[in-house]
Design a binder for this molecule. Structure first.
Ligand code: UFG
Length: 340
């Protein structure tokens, strides 16, 4: 059993990961500033796992908060770092806030790791680092291209910072490049809680079906794909959370092959926007009100993961389907909106 710090542990992916860590017998300390979630998530985690993680409300771009955390918990074995701003459009409006928040928190955490000779660090990265890859599916060796948004750039810069820090200070780290995380916990206790109008497809779909939104806009049907809509690799958040457990245990058990490793986390299958809508309609029995509109600026045509490295080297693979994810997302949406 290890003691793991999970930053952003009350967020969407963070909360699911806390549950997986606890269910595997690990002790979890969560730090979250509650800027994009609510404190009730703590209770909901406990409902699933039977244990409430230690919780600290704190802002990691404040140096003293980070050092205080490590002083209060000198026996940590590893850190999984989710806490970050993540809205692509907002990052274009507020680049400096994105750099300040996402980069300084990372640097402060790594300084603590270095000073305390703490070894094991996992970073939330994104397939956005690949942009529109020339070859599909996308392997970890696909070139990292200049980011379009400040948000994407914080992930690229974050990976560079970790690479250089690992080299200089000899600790161990893994970056996990997520494709499109969707779904919710099958218990419907935890899920995605977008503030305001959702920007991502699946919460927009479920909120439309729940009557919160009038109509889903499908951004473009003139892409060079099988039905003209853009292709993404939608991965169930519980599968994604389990990958963090596997990655952390890989570091704890010193099974890593290099001090810094990178893995793509996806299902390996691309789905079009219309296929996502169909999967939702099938599992929910609802008919979704949608219309085709113009493309959204900055969207790539297609992105899906080559899962070979994650399967063979990390020893993890997805177990859930797109339909599972849509069913769980819908169950969650109905629960939080009190729909039977
Ligand atoms: N889409 C719609 N209508 C919507 C929302 C999305 O048609 O209302 C489409 C998008 O155009 C895209 C697909 O659904 O083709 C998925 O869109 P999301 O916004 O859910 O996800 P993205 O692939 O755009 O975003 C993901 C991550 C980001 C990351 C980005 C990089 O969520 O963190 O990839 O491109 F920055």
């Amino acid at each position: 059993m290890a003691k793991i710090l999970v930053t952003g542990g009350l967020g969407f992916i963070g909360s699911h990961t806390v549950v997986e860590l606890q269910q595997a017998g690990h002790e979890v300390v969560v730090v979250d500033d509650l800027s994009n979630t609510t404190i009730e998530v703590l209770n909901r985690i406990k409902k699933i796992s039977g244990q409430e993680p230690t919780f600290i409300k704190g802002d990691l771009k404040v140096r003293q908060t980070v050092s205080g955390l490590f002083r209060a918990h000198p026996d940590l074995d590893g850190v999984i770092h989710f806490a970050a701003f993540k809205a692509v459009g907002e990052s274009v409006e507020k680049p400096l806030e994105y750099y300040e928040n996402n980069i300084s928190s990372l640097v402060y955490l790594l300084q603590e790791l270095r000073d305390r000779k703490l070894d094991n660090f996992i970073f939330s990265s994104s397939c956005t680092v690949y942009g529109q890859a020339e070859k599909l599916p996308i392997t970890e060796n696909s070139p990292v291209v200049p980011a379009i948004s400040p948000y994407g750039n914080t992930k690229q810069i974050g990976e560079e910072i970790i690479t250089q820090a690992v080299e200089a200070h000899n600790f161990k780290a893994i970056s996990l490049r997520y494709f499109n995380p969707v779904g919710a916990h099958p218990s419907a206790e935890i899920g995605e809680l977008p503030l305001g109008v959702p920007l991502n497809l699946v919460p927009y779909v479920t909120q439309t079906a729940a009557g919160l939104r009038e109509q889903l806009s499908v951004f473009g049907d003139d892409y060079p794909t099988r039905d003209g809509t853009a292709i993404r690799d939608y991965i169930h958040v519980v599968d994604l959370a389990k990958a963090h457990l596997v990655a952390m245990e890989r570091l704890l058990q010193k099974k890593n092959e290099e001090n810094y490793e990178v893995f793509n986390l996806g299902t390996g299958t691309g789905s079009t926007v219309l296929e996502v809508i169909k999967a939702f309609e099938k599992v929910s029995g609802e008919t979704l009100n949608y219309k085709i509109v113009d493309r959204r600026a900055g969207d790539v045509t297609a992105a899906y993961a080559d899962t070979t490295k994650a399967n063979e080297v990390l020893g993890w693979k997805t177990e859930k389907t797109l339909e599972d994810a849509m069913a769980d997302a819908w169950r969650w949406e109905k629960k939080i909106r009190n729909i039977n």
